[in-house]
Design a protein. Structure first.
Length: 256
């Protein structure tokens, strides 16, 4: 099939807008105008072109990060303040867990990992993507190591992935709740968590033997327990309350 490109208008600063926080809440860059698509959203590029030009910092003054979905660039939307708060709380929980158990490492936000999924509709028989999860967990037992100084993206499959749902458009919701859910399962991600401060799309999945996800049920105490990360557990209600570290330190659910 002949390769085509869908080019978007150049990024434009929103009238009256100044720099805005980046996805991790620290970097300051100029936003493109609200309502406009990202400048290269939908552009068709090869994986090699993506890694060389669009994988990191594609524009010097605009905060946009692209994922690569089977040849198509897809922009990661910026989070809202409630989404960022929940993301930071859960990231802190994972960091504390890893500091205690020392059984995994994290990638997040700007670091991508490769997915290869069987797909009979593709000429090659498989679909490929490079996703930048909001949080990715790589266990020490994962056969593909992470941590070399020259690694720009992870060539293995994360053991657990966390995405804070993007909900500014219906297409973004479908991407996180349906497309990524199917792709992560087919590529072998063992657990997939979707965080949503509104609760509508909050989901926790575990991979079943048929390469499909099943919902992780709460126990009688309202606790979600991971089978991928030993000892990782959290109350569903705490994702809304976001208790501080002092409270967590006194809670047997978190200090056991």
């Amino acid at each position: 099939m002949e390769s085509t490109e869908r080019l978007q208008p150049e990024a434009r600063e929103q009238e009256g807008a100044g720099p805005v926080p980046s996805r991790n809440g620290t970097r300051q860059r100029t936003p493109y105008r609200i309502g406009d698509p990202a400048p290269d959203e939908g552009r068709r590029v090869s994986k090699q072109e993506y890694l060389a030009r669009w994988y990191e910092n594609p524009y010097p003054d605009i905060d946009i990060s692209y994922e690569w979905n089977n040849g198509i660039l897809e922009a990661k939307p910026l989070p809202t303040p409630p989404q960022l708060d929940l993301y930071n709380w859960f990231l802190n929980l994972l960091q504390r867990h890893i500091a205690t158990f020392r059984s995994a490492v994290l990638i997040n936000l700007e670091t991508g990992f490769e997915l290869k999924m069987p797909d009979p509709t593709q000429p090659s028989g498989q679909k490929e993507a490079i996703r930048k999860p909001d949080i990715g967990v790589i266990l020490d037992t994962n056969p593909i190591p992470w941590g070399r100084f020259d690694q720009r993206h992870y060539e293995g499959v994360c053991d657990l992935v966390v995405e804070a749902v993007s909900d500014s458009t219906a297409a973004e919701v479908l991407r996180d709740t349906q497309e990524k859910r199917v792709d992560y399962a087919r590529s072998g991600v063992k657990e997939y968590y979707i965080l949503d401060p509104n609760g509508e799309h909050m989901r926790f999945y575990r991979l079943a033997s048929n390469n499909r996800y099943r919902t992780i049920p709460e126990d009688e105490e309202g606790v979600i327990r991971s089978e991928v990360m030993e000892g990782l557990q959290f109350r569903l209600e705490d994702l809304y309350r976001k208790p501080d570290l002092e409270e967590l330190a006194l809670d047997p659910i978190y200090n056991g």
